[in-house]
Design a protein around this ligand. Structure first.
Ligand SMILES: [Zn+2]
Length: 229
């Protein structure tokens, strides 16, 4: 198979998949943002209750701008909820708020994949800054100094590893969210499945992200092997 055909299969496939997954997440999120929850709680209130129920008192809930920009930041112990989550009462807002709390619970319990992911953050932030240049120079000089491209591939592999470690962390946070939403009576028989669907749609974006990293890694390895011949 020629390299250019392989390139189109790898990247065309990932790009189409990524588009479908993003579009599906946005449409599901918009739809479930219009479905209320019985107790009238906003995303911020749901998050506070989930933290309380887990005995977590050192996390501050804040409001951040944007769409789907919600995150838990363990470096300053803040749980940051976006515009459509913080002050909104909907099954989507409750699901996202509980998912981010799921990360806070992981942190509190010392969940191993989260610890590994946090340990990789400084390494990956260095690798992702350097990787483009090292790969570019490496490809230009592949016949003279193949070691440069190899170093670039190792840097890229670190970022790919990070996207793989992200998967269990995200899935586990959603599992914690879904279980708590049901047990705490935040969701009920009429809307619980929507919370599950919203979180599943979000998880697929991480799966596609990891696939895309792996496809790119394979591509660089093939260039390296081809270029040295
Ligand atoms: Zn998450």
């Amino acid at each position: 198979m020629s390299m250019s055909l392989l390139y189109w299969i790898l990247f065309g496939g990932v790009a189409i998949l990524s588009y479908i997954v993003q579009a599906s997440l946005q449409s599901k999120f918009a739809k479930y943002s219009r479905i209320g929850i019985a107790n009238g709680m906003t995303g911020a209130e749901v998050a506070q209750k989930m933290l309380n129920d887990h005995g977590i008192t050192n996390v501050k809930i804040t409001h951040v701008p944007g769409q789907l920009t919600d995150n838990f930041n363990p470096t300053n112990m803040t749980l940051n909820l976006s515009d459509s989550v913080y002050g909104t009462c909907s099954v989507a807002a409750a699901a996202v708020a509980a998912h981010e709390c799921g990360h806070a619970v992981q942190h509190a319990k010392g969940y191993a994949p989260l610890r590994l992911r946090s340990a990789l953050v400084p390494v990956v932030s260095f690798a992702s800054k350097a990787v483009t240049w090292v790969l570019l120079i490496g490809m230009l000089l592949i016949r003279i100094f193949p070691g440069i491209m190899l170093a670039g591939i190792i840097l890229f592999a670190l970022t790919a590893l990070f996207s793989l470690v992200t998967l269990p962390v995200e899935v586990n946070a959603s599992q914690r969210a879904v279980a708590w939403l049901q047990n705490a009576g935040i969701t009920d028989y009429s809307n619980h499945e929507y919370a599950c669907k919203a979180l599943k749609a979000a998880a697929y974006t991480y799966v596609v992200g990891a696939l895309s990293s792996l496809a790119t890694l394979v591509y660089y390895i093939l260039i390296f092997m081809g270029g040295r011949r």
